[in-house]
Design a protein around this ligand. Structure first.
Ligand code: S3P
Length: 444
């Protein structure tokens, strides 16, 4: 496993072939841990996401008095506390790099009768929390941040909340889920309207666990719980956001065939598949099935001739986390790839419009930065270069895939950050290479 401050060198390889067993979906894992912590009874969660983000959620829940233990590799046993079972933590809760941990837990903690302080690493402490704090305050929540956009650390004096009817100013599943968590124990209904539907894992899981929730995609109505949630044992589907690196690798590599097993294909998340198909990718979805109301499938991808496309509007929330790797696909595709309506990228783990443009430019790609996206003039040969991850896991993995098809060596600094979502990414990448000797090299 990559250690602190690891530099990784990636070289092109002649053939990319094999199967990937994906880590569990990060968004579903956070929610499965949090909701099962509130349930009455025990649940076994298999294929729980192994990255640092979801481990941060588990540590916070344990600090709040929830019993969570490992049951074999990748499996958690969660003993839900039922209603009123959470306890005040004896220390600050640390969400590390994970905005999902911070935002979802803040929604939950706003209704708990004790004081909580939630903090994170430097990146998370610079991300906007005003969008979270405002709706929670209008539910009666006492939650405060620091400075002009209410940055973390957040201080929460939990108490009685009232349901609200609220139009989300942006399509954010984190804010939506935070309000739903607050609404579970508020007085009266909580009704949310979304400008564009965002990922709906919270809605699916909460319904399945017995919450009175109705959703038509655009609007959601939640009644407060009259009895605790029922525990839900499940096997978390593979993370399509992690699959995206190998979907693009398979499509842009000139000699590739990659099979990705058990990949979540919830339609609110499959924008990357639709975008790659529109670009001309040879990609097949097989063996579709359901796990706890979440669809999953196997995906086969082969070397393809890609062409540039335009991505904007309702498509953006369906592939928001995949834009760095989509930009790599656009760099190889013939013609122009235009990404618009994605200003949210400026407040992710890095400013992804700036960081992706800067790093791909170093590899010889012609990229124009837009306030809300980028224009990539694709089709030129990528050149190996010394690149930086900007401490952003999605940059680390996207640049590695770019390095696989670039001429010469690509040296990725601070590559250990991939552990945030996909600790076995480097091993999985190596496993696809017929000649494994020197294609990925680690140094500290
Ligand atoms: C997530 C929602 C998205 C996404 C993030 C995970 C979630 O963030 O980018 O990686 O699990 O709810 P926003 O809610 O800020 O759009």
């Amino acid at each position: 496993m990559a250690k602190q401050d690891t530099t990784i060198t990636v070289k092109p390889c002649p053939r990319l072939e094999g199967e990937i067993a994906l880590p569990g979906d990060k968004s579903i894992s956070h929610r499965a841990a949090i909701f099962n912590s509130l349930a009455e009874g025990k649940a076994e969660v298999r294929n729980f996401a192994p990255g640092k983000d979801c481990l941060a959620t588990v540590s916070c829940l344990k600090a709040l008095g929830v019993q969570i233990s490992r049951k074999g590799p990748g499996n958690l046993l969660i003993s839900g506390t039922g209603s009123n079972g959470l306890r005040e933590a004896s220390n600050v809760l640390d969400a590390h790099n994970s905005a999902t941990t911070m935002r979802l837990l803040s929604g939950l903690l706003s209704s708990q009768p004790f004081l909580s302080v939630v903090t994170g690493d430097a990146s998370l402490r610079s991300r906007p929390m005003g969008r979270l704090i405002k709706p929670l305050q209008s539910m009666g929540g006492e939650i405060y941040g620091r400075g002009k956009d209410s940055f973390a650390p957040l201080v929460i004096r939990g108490g009685k909340l009232r349901g609200i009817e609220f139009l989300l100013p942006l399509p954010s599943a984190q804010i939506k889920s935070a309000i739903l968590l607050a609404g579970l124990s508020a007085q009266g209904k909580t009704v949310l309207h979304q400008p564009v539907p965002s990922r709906d894992h919270s809605e699916r899981l909460l319904k399945r666990m017995g919450a009175h929730l109705e959703s038509n995609g655009a609007s959601i109505s939640l009644s407060p719980l009259t009895s605790p949630l029922s525990p839900l044992s499940l096997c978390i589907p593979g993370d399509i956001s992690s699959a995206a690196y190998f979907l693009v690798a398979g499509a842009i590599h000139p000699n590739a065939r990659v099979i990705i097993r058990n990949c979540g294909i919830n339609p609110t998340r499959t924008g990357i598949i639709d975008a790659l198909l529109a670009m001309g990718a040879r990609l097949r979805i097989e063996n579709e099935r359901l796990e706890a109301d979440e669809p999953l499938a196997d995906i086969v991808v082969e070397s393809s001739e890609l062409r540039g496309i335009e991505v904007a509007g309702d498509m953006i929330p369906r592939l928001i986390d995949e834009i760095p790797i989509l930009a790599v696909a656009g760099s190889v595709a013939k013609g122009k790839t235009v990404i618009r309506g994605a200003a949210e990228l400026r407040v992710k783990e890095s400013d992804r419009i700036a960081s992706v443009s800067q790093e791909l430019s170093k590899m010889g790609v012609e990229v124009e930065e837009l306030p809300d996206g980028m224009v990539i003039h694709g089709g030129r040969l990528l050149l190996g270069a010394e690149v930086d991850t900007h401490s952003d896991h999605r940059l680390a993995m996207s640049l590695a895939i770019a390095g696989l098809i670039a001429e010469g060596e690509t040296t990725i600094k601070h590559a250990q950050i991939a552990q945030v979502s996909y600790p076995s990414f480097w091993q999985d990448l190596l496993s696809l290479q017929a000649e494994q000797s020197n294609t990925v090299a680690f140094s500290n």
